[in-house]
Design a protein around this ligand. Structure first.
Ligand SMILES: [Cu+2]
Length: 141
């Protein structure tokens, strides 16, 4: 296409604008479905409403107050009995990247999730802690 006059140029520019606007809309709608990037994404249930489980966190291990799980809603309280910063994250069927905030030594915080039949991973999402041993599998069923 050869642009020979002012109106022709304007038309091309308008088309390009419309095209990039359409791209923006497409990008937004495809990326926005999963909810916020915030800690409470998929699988988080109403705070504090579940069966209570204490997860004692030390360097570098997790200890759960219960070993047998049936499907249902659980509130995991991470109790930092160690000396450095820890947190708790839960991942598994229907629960993805649900985590507590970071807590310092002596503090505790909780996260409530609904667990289905399956295997869930509980771990400390602080850099390197999972690899050092702060993880455990929870079998529900
Ligand atoms: Cu940790």
């Amino acid at each position: 296409m050869v642009i020979t006059n002012k109106s022709g140029r304007t038309a091309v520019r308008a088309t390009a604008l419309a095209f990039s606007a359409a791209l923006l809309v497409a990008a937004c709608s495809s990326g926005g479905g999963g909810g916020g990037k915030a800690s409470q994404s998929t699988g988080a249930a109403k705070a504090g409403s579940g069966t209570k489980v204490t997860v004692t966190e030390t360097e570098y291990a997790l200890k759960l107050s219960r070993n047998s799980f049936t499907p249902g809603t659980y509130t995991f309280t991470a109790d930092n009995a160690g000396t450095t910063t820890h947190a708790l994250e839960v991942d598994g069927p229907g629960v993805s990247d649900v985590r507590t905030k970071n807590i310092s030594s002596g503090q505790n915080t909780s996260v409530t999730v609904t667990l289905k039949k399956g295997t869930y991973k509980l771990y400390c999402p602080v850099d390197g802690h999972q690899q050092l041993g702060m993880k455990t599998d929870v079998k529900v069923g």
